[in-house]
Write a protein that binds this ligand. Sequence first.
Ligand SMILES: Nc1ncnc2c1ncn2[C@@H]1O[C@H](COP(=O)(O)OP(=O)(O)OP(=O)(O)O)[C@@H](O)[C@H]1O
Ligand SMILES: [Mg+2]
Length: 356
Amino acid sequence: MGIFGGRKPAIGLDIGSSAIKVAELKETKKGYQLASFGIAPIAPEVIVDGAIMNTSAVVDTIRTLLAERKIKTKEVVTSVSGQSVMIRKITMPAMTAEQLEEQIQWEAAQYIPFEITDVNLDFQILNPGDAEGNMEVLLVAAKKEIINDYSSVLTESGLSPVVVDVDAFALQNMYEINYPVMENEVIALVNVGASLINIVVVRGGNYTFSRDISMGGNLFTEEIQKQLSVGYEDAELLKKGGSGKKDTEEVMRKEVDMVIREVSEQIASEVARSLDFYSAAAPADAHINKIWLCGGSCRISGLAESVGKNQNLPVEILDPFRNVERNPKHFDPAYLEEIGPQAAIAVGLALRRAGD
Ligand SMILES: Nc1ncnc2c1ncn2[C@@H]1O[C@H](COP(=O)(O)OP(=O)(O)OP(=O)(O)O)[C@@H](O)[C@H]1O
Ligand SMILES: [Mg+2]
């Protein structure tokens, strides 16, 4: 299962722990066009720490979602991330791709925290060789177990997995088609989901660094549940700005806002820790210039501000459909604008094509 290679046009399916997102893009003379998009919630205990605990629930959700959206394409690209995936940029003596193919197991074993026999390996030569005879290689290792789990969920859903990608690359690809890539610009893409935050640093259009943090929007929900003694459903509503029971509404709102502020600070400082890790090893001319937020939880009111203040950097919410033509007869513009940031990875996955 190549992480870097795809064959046919395919749908992008982002299997998140709180929602499954599907996107299909058509390539036209003018660029990309949205062919289909959909999102379906899944219950909290179905996917835990990236592991699929309830296969049939995921299969049912995928089948229903694709049927509802009338999606006929069977080829699908999905992604994995979190603790079962490792991405490293390594420097090694220059050699051809064929030679590297033979040696990659030995090379990789030095860097990966997993048993080499337990992972699928993939690599990409980033630059073939410098004056000292070294080359830079992007190494990706994903646990076979998780790749197999995700692939079999897709096969059971009647689909044909063509690529298993990584969230970080999907984010980078999504950004590239929507925003101008500036040679000297260093940006951080931050996808805040329900249980995971993906961070990717892209310098002049090139992958530079990524980190996944096991934290996300669930933390807001859990804290609201705890501090206000409400159930999961109520906490989710309150988090999204909905109201609680009428008589206590005002008091609750204040408490919720306080929890949201606290957790936002917590998330901002976790993001800061990862970005500091990048900065510590980065050359002086590679400071991050801007942070782009996406993922369902980037809509938490005040989160973008917390992240921006913490880093003293401009923060903007990503629009994965910015350069994607959308027929307003088929897609409600207001809905797409609201849901857009949550579709970032699905759009990135839907971009995968043969030979890229
Ligand atoms: N309007 C909103 N305000 C605040 N939070 C929201 C809003 N809409 C969605 N969320 C939160 O966003 C999260 C879902 O986002 P997303 O679909 O990106 O996550 P996921 O991909 O399912 O999760 P993960 O990638 O972490 O496994 C949930 O925690 C949900 O409560
Ligand atoms: Mg996600």
